[in-house]
Design a protein around this ligand. Sequence first.
Ligand code: GRF
Length: 199
Amino acid sequence: MLRIAVCVSGGGTNLQAIIDGVENGAIANTKIVGVFSNNADAYALKRAENAGIDNVCISPKNYENREAFNKAFIEKIDSWNVDLIVLAGFLVIIPEELVRKYPNKIINIHPSLIPSFCGTGFYGLKVHEEALKRGVKVTGATVHFVDEGTDTGKIIAQKAVYIEDGDTPEVLQKRVMEQAEWILLPGVINEIAKKEEYR
Ligand code: GRF
């Protein structure tokens, strides 16, 4: 059984795609053992609660410094004894210590075809605003391993989405989610779960 923790900060539609995939069998041999958020208002936490999944909010605001938060974050993740950490709209800088503890065991979903429109400052609608500003005809989403950089880890999977005339950032974001993110992330988790080591 592949044990995963999902880290979220917002609406949790990617988390929901994972929850649904585990429930309907599109994601085999997988248990979501915990959902972690830095944001108490994240609707993703409600989605976890509704699915009966252990969930916790630990906010950097409640710690005197980033080092203290990182320690609490890592201790929580360790307590779940996971095989894979999934970042699904998680707006927290990942501590290097966590990357070292979980080499090639942390994956992230990014709403563009990396190496386009990624790196520091490229998150949420900003990614789609930039794609529209540049006039690209094709965008999409990427699942990649997390390393010490920002959106720089080895690419695992990508899915292209065509930009259409009149697209706004919001319309494009929704299409990239529907046609790429919510398919890619469950698909990658399913492939990892099928590995012999998790049988
Ligand atoms: C998604 O667009 C994802 O690509 C990005 O953050 C957003 C999270 O959305 N990393 P949600 O919280 O999964 O709905």
